[in-house]
Design a protein around this ligand. Structure first.
Ligand code: ADP
Length: 486
């Protein structure tokens, strides 16, 4: 079933509640009105009966018809057309001593007669000869403890019925009118209140991946819709940033891959231009292989980063002896550094075990040591150190750490160099993708600016983090902290 629009539902609710209220109110007023009208009629009848009764206490001839007429006029009001009275004897026959009843003859029910004989009055509603029923009071006329007569006073209920009809007519006209008014008003109000939502929908529909810079209007309002607009705008800003990052990433990645491909193409073309000896081919192939290897490394790095982005970076979870790992990487670094006349040494080494992916951790450390060697001039020095530290909080999470002090024990690896250092303004950006402080220098060393970014990704995937301190011209120190296994 199709769901009604919020606007229609609001209007329906609104109208429904009003209808229920009106019905309740109408019924209550109807009840009260009818009770009042009946009580009025009965009170009038009782008043007349009382007056006649008093007149009838003496001998019948004491009261003249004209006097009675006068009394009745006084009590009933000027219009006597629909008021009746008659005197009966105790058995219910018309008493001829009294003036004839006015209007139609009134019947007397046996029950009312019985009640009168017992000395009590009876109210009844009977069908008269006219269109409207008649309210009838049958009361005894007592004389020294004896029932001497039975008095009947009647009154047409025309007035009451008319009043009732009028009341119901008024209700019947006002009720639908009020409902129509409420429904229209409710509809208009709901439309007005929801108009910003329609506008938001229209804007949101216009916004596509290419136009994420657009924003939804109405965010300045301090109400529910303003909050919604602000929330959507914040989401758009995040999407925009994410899209921009992805776009930059693929542009940078293509650019990085294009350079070695151009080199490759050039070398191959030159080699093919004329026949060469085997030595020459070997040299070209060697250079091509180097280029291919560097591209393969780059592709590996890109793959790792995009997996990490997608939350799909799979890490082995094994016990890794960090001290062994540091020794291995230092040894590799030494070989690399020898050409550059840079020394790589281990300063401190504690036997520590962390839980994680040994290959990835090695890659992390290798990136740091490679950088240290790369950015340190001949005669410089790169040192590695591994020790434990307490309270060096890990990762981006700042939540409370569970357990004892052991839980906040970290393995800290420091890679320090006496190299060129990093300018302070570049420090916040060196972990960004493809960022290089000095692109021209890095180009010759074939670095894409992904090394530190990868190091950071690996550290964070292990629940750790990486920090840097650097003084331009004096050297840099990278500190990796990893949570120790219990
Ligand atoms: P690259 O592949 O260019 O080395 P990285 O992500 O590893 O990229 O480093 C980013 C930039 O940070 C480098 O281009 C370099 O300018 C700077 N950098 C990194 N490590 C060091 C260091 N030990 N000393 C000086 N500069 C460094």
């Amino acid at each position: 079933m199709k769901r009604l629009s919020i606007r229609a539902r609001l209007t329906l609710w609104y109208t429904g509640i009003l209808a229920a209220t009106l019905i309740l109110l109408g019924s209550a007023s109807y009840g009260l009105l009818m009770r009042g009208l009946w009580q009025d009629v009965d009170a009038t009848l009782e008043g007349v009966a009382k007056a006649l009764n008093q007149g009838a206490r003496g001998p019948a001839t004491d009261v003249l018809p004209s006097d009675l007429e006068e009394i009745l006029r006084h009590l009933f009001g000027p219009n006597l057309a629909d008021k009746y009275y008659q005197f009966l004897d105790p058995r219910g026959h018309p008493d001829t001593r009294w003036p004839q009843f006015r209007g139609e003859p009134l019947g007397v029910s046996p029950e009312a007669l019985r009640n009168a004989a017992r000395g009590s009055a009876t109210f009844e509603t009977v069908q008269g000869r006219g269109r409207y029923p008649v309210r009838l009071l049958t009361a005894p006329v007592m004389f020294s403890g004896q029932v001497v007569n039975v008095l009947q006073v009647g009154m047409s209920l025309e007035g009451l019925y008319m009043a009732r009809r009028q009341f119901l007519w008024t209700l019947a006209t006002l009720f639908p009118l009020a409902l129509v008014l409420a429904a229209t008003g409710g509809w208009l109000l709901a439309r007005r209140a929801l108009r910003p939502v329609d506008q938001m929908t229209a804007t949101a529909r216009r916004i596509e991946a290419e136009h994420l810079a657009q924003r939804i209007q109405g965010a300045e309002a301090d109400d529910e819709l303003g909050r919604l607009a602000r929330t959507l705008n914040e989401m758009l800003a995040r999407l925009e940033a994410a899209f921009a990052q992805v776009r930059r990433f693929s542009a940078d990645a293509s650019h990085e891959l294009k350079t070695p491909l151009t080199v490759l193409k050039g070398e191959i073309e030159v080699a093919l231009r004329s026949p060469r000896g085997p030595g020459e081919y070997q040299r070209v192939l060697g250079s091509v292989l180097e280029e291919v290897e560097s591209m393969a490394r780059l592709v590996d790095d890109l793959l790792l980063l995009s997996r990490a982005d997608a939350g799909a970076l799979r890490l082995e979870a094994a016990a890794v002896e960090l001290d062994r790992l540091v020794e291995d990487v230092a040894k590799e670094g030494e070989i690399l550094a020898r050409e550059q006349q840079v020394r790589v040494t281990i300063q401190a080494l504690e036997p520590l075990i962390v839980h994680g992916d040994g290959q990835r951790l090695k890659q992390l450390l290798r990136n740091l040591v490679d950088n240290g060697v790369k950015y340190t001039p001949p005669g410089g020095h790169v040192t590695l150190a591994l020790h434990t530290a307490t309270g060096f909080s890990a990762g981006a999470g700042s939540g409370p750490q569970h357990g004892s002090t052991a839980a906040s024990q970290h393995a800290v690896i420091t890679v320090r160099d006496t190299g060129i250092g990093i300018p302070p303004e570049a420090l916040p950006r060196i972990f960004d993708r493809f960022y290089r402080v000095d692109p021209s220098r890095s180009r010759e060393s074939r670095s894409a600016g992904l090394g530190l970014c990868i190091a950071k990704t690996i550290a964070e995937a292990h629940g750790g983090r990486i920090l840097v301190q650097s003084t331009p011209g004096a050297g840099s120190a990278f500190t990796v902290s990893l949570p120790l296994s219990a």
